[in-house]
Design a protein around this ligand. Structure first.
Ligand code: NAP
Length: 284
């Protein structure tokens, strides 16, 4: 199987490396081409200069930033890929974008899976991501070997868009957990509690969670290397807010997180990890 990978960022590069370890990676592409050239040299793969470089791929995996990036790549891949190929998108984008991408590729006989992921850069590096999929079972069967190389769990949630709908729910939980952990740890700092004793004590009880475990110590040292960029969570929250409004459910957690991440991004922290939220929580 020939697999191509587009989008070699914090998530995409380690995922591409897993594909390489399983002997599946053929060609890599990235907006800033030097990144693709560097990885291709190291892994003895091809660096793509144009969509035509993916023409021999059975699968093309995307992990790019936002909706426009997914649609841009789908538009150039659609006329190039052979009938029966499958495109998998791991980016977090809207349900509408997923459905539009699926429709455009289906017109060329190409399958599409919206397959956003959760588990952070640690999950990508360890090959332990949770993959939430929308699309057809037959396309998922074709993609299974590639996905297994970096997934702990792969779940077909329904038709096109169902993967992104699931990710939207995931991001409400992520945003709320971030709010609670950063607010709590800011209070702990101000109360003079020793983080070496505070963090494992919290983690051992009902307040334990992934974000506290992976980002608690670093945020207390004011280290905000991504990880997951504030600007990406802000993008997700705009998507999720629109979905919750349309569905008529509460947006209280989403609204608070959106205001916080908009302020952080405006203050120049867009490329910082989402744990930079503690900077805001140190103020009243
Ligand atoms: P990132 O570090 O910013 O990487 C994005 C990569 O995609 C960059 O290498 C970028 O190229 C490339 N790219 C962007 N637009 C492109 C285009 N139009 N064509 C080709 N390449 C393009 O982001 P990330 O953290 O890996 O996240 C990627 C996606 O996964 C986002 O949708 C994010 O919301 C989602 N996600 C992230 C995490 C996480 O913990 N980081 C977890 C789950 C989901 P340049 O080198 O030019 O910037």
């Amino acid at each position: 199987m020939n697999v191509g990978f587009i989008g070699l960022g914090a998530m995409g590069e380690p995922m591409a490396r897993h594909l390489h370890r399983h002997g599946l990676l053929t060609v890599v592409g990235n907006r800033t081409r030097s990144k693709a050239e560097r990885l291709a040299r190291e892994l003895n793969a091809r660096a793509a200069g144009a969509a035509a470089d993916f023409a021999d791929c059975d699968l093309v995996v995307l992990c790019v930033s936002a909706d426009a990036d997914v649609l841009e790549n789908v538009a150039v891949l659609a006329p190039v890929l052979r009938t029966g190929a499958v495109v998998i998108d791991h980016s977090t984008v809207s349900v509408d974008t997923a459905r539009a991408a699926a429709e455009q590729l289906a017109a060329h006989g190409i399958g599409f899976l919206d397959a956003p992921v959760s588990g952070g850069v640690e999950g990508a590096r360890n090959g332990k991501l949770s993959v939430m999929v929308g699309g057809r079972q037959t396309d998922l069967d074709q993609a299974d070997t590639a996905l297994q190389s970096y997934a702990a769990r792969i779940t077909l949630m329904g038709d096109s868009g169902a993967g992104q709908a699931t990710k939207a729910v995931n991001q409400v939980l992520v945003a709320g957990i971030n709010e609670a952990v950063c607010e709590g740890l800011a209070l702990g700092e101000r109360l003079g509690l020793d983080p070496v004793r505070l963090l494992p004590t919290l983690a051992a009880g009902a307040a334990g969670n992934w974000f506290l475990d992976k980002r608690g110590a670093t945020m207390l040292r004011d280290e905000f290397v991504p990880g997951f960029k504030c600007a990406h969570l802000l993008k997700d929250l705009h998507i999720v807010q629109g979905m919750a409004r349309a569905a008529g459910t509460s947006t209280a957690v989403i609204d608070q997180a959106l205001a916080d991440y908009a302020a952080l991004t405006q203050a120049g922290h867009g490329d910082a990890d989402t744990s930079a939220l503690i900077l805001r929580k140190r103020m009243p």
